[in-house]
Write a protein that binds this ligand. Structure first.
Ligand code: ATP
Ligand code: MG
Length: 270
């Protein structure tokens, strides 16, 4: 099967200055190679600062890589000129953790989902409205709700809007960067179900970034574990969960098991 996205020896360095004003370089990604197949889900897990978000931004062509190569559907897209890059980029969309900062508070749900279509000049106003309405219905929002603004929605509903907006340009790859992390368990479960439905009906491929190994194991086909900018271990879920090789993987699994126990404990009344 042809890969949807392939990375080879990707590196990313950020320049910067430390607290005392001395120039220093952060090596956010170091020699990352991986292949993602169509209609699959890859979970990216790893401790804070391990490079997950940086990798996501490089995959989505939102940050230039410092070294290495990237292919989309067999075509190299490493150094495309801006116009071609934009065309490829519509195929790879992201959903972030905090929809409050990623959704313009002045726009209604319908306008938010129409916006990418408007910017890319896909269809006329009527078609854009129709498509945005359909997408919002697909993620579970309809009627009056379409004309409400982000502040009027719950966290889960805002993430549904962010998902509809990310799907507007019919991407093949959706990268969810801690997209469910701020939501409580029951809302997470509902959105996970929505993601499964959307994946089946729209033939989507997911990169799902999370700290939570239990969530990764539930959602993904494969898990890539990151530490200090490197992929230290990658494999199918059963292999990673049953035979973790790397200390970081073992720690993340232990933490997930700990959290499972906490979940069984009585919850504080809200
Ligand atoms: N814009 C930036 N400028 C400078 N350094 C950055 C920038 N973005 C990230 N970094 C650094 O790159 C490294 C990787 O960060 P990144 O945000 O990719 O990690 P992460 O795995 O997503 O962490 P988290 O789980 O906390 O979201 C960190 O050392 C971080 O401080
Ligand atoms: Mg991150």
């Amino acid at each position: 099967m042809e890969a949807l996205l392939k990375l080879e020896n990707v590196g990313k360095r950020y320049g910067g200055v430390d607290a005392s004003g001395v120039r220093k370089e952060v090596r956010a990604l170091d020699d990352v190679s991986l292949t993602i197949y169509p209609r699959s889900t890859l979970a990216l897990v790893g401790p804070s600062g391990s490079g997950k978000s940086t990798l996501a931004l490089c995959m989505a062509l939102l940050e230039p890589m410092s070294s290495g190569k990237i292919w989309f559907e067999g075509t190299e897209i490493t150094n495309l000129p801006e116009r071609q890059r934009r065309a490829v980029r519509s195929n790879i969309q992201m959903v972030f953790q905090d929809p409050v900062s990623s959704l313009n508070p002045r726009m209604t749900a319908l306008e938010l989902v129409m916006e990418p279509l408007r910017v890319q000049k896909r269809g006329d106003h009527r078609a854009q409205r129709g498509k945005a309405g359909d997408l919002l219905e697909r993620v579970g929002l309809r009627g009056e709700k379409l004309n409400e603004r982000p502040s009027e929605f719950s966290g889960g509903q805002r993430q549904r809007i962010a998902i509809a907006r990310a799907l507007a340009l019919e991407p093949k790859l959706l990268i969810l960067d801690e997209a469910l992390s701020a939501l409580d368990c029951s809302v997470q479960a509902q959105i996970v179900n929505l993601l499964f439905e959307l994946q089946a009906s729209l033939a989507l491929t997911y990169v799902f970034i999370t700290h939570d190994m239990a969530m990764a194991a539930h959602l993904a086909d494969e898990i890539a574990v990151m530490d200090h900018g490197r992929v230290v271990e990658m494999g199918v879920v059963a292999r990673i969960v049953n035979g973790p090789q790397h200390a970081v993987t073992q720690r993340l699994l232990a933490a997930a098991r700990g959290i499972d126990n906490v979940a069984d404990a009585p919850r504080p009344v809200q």
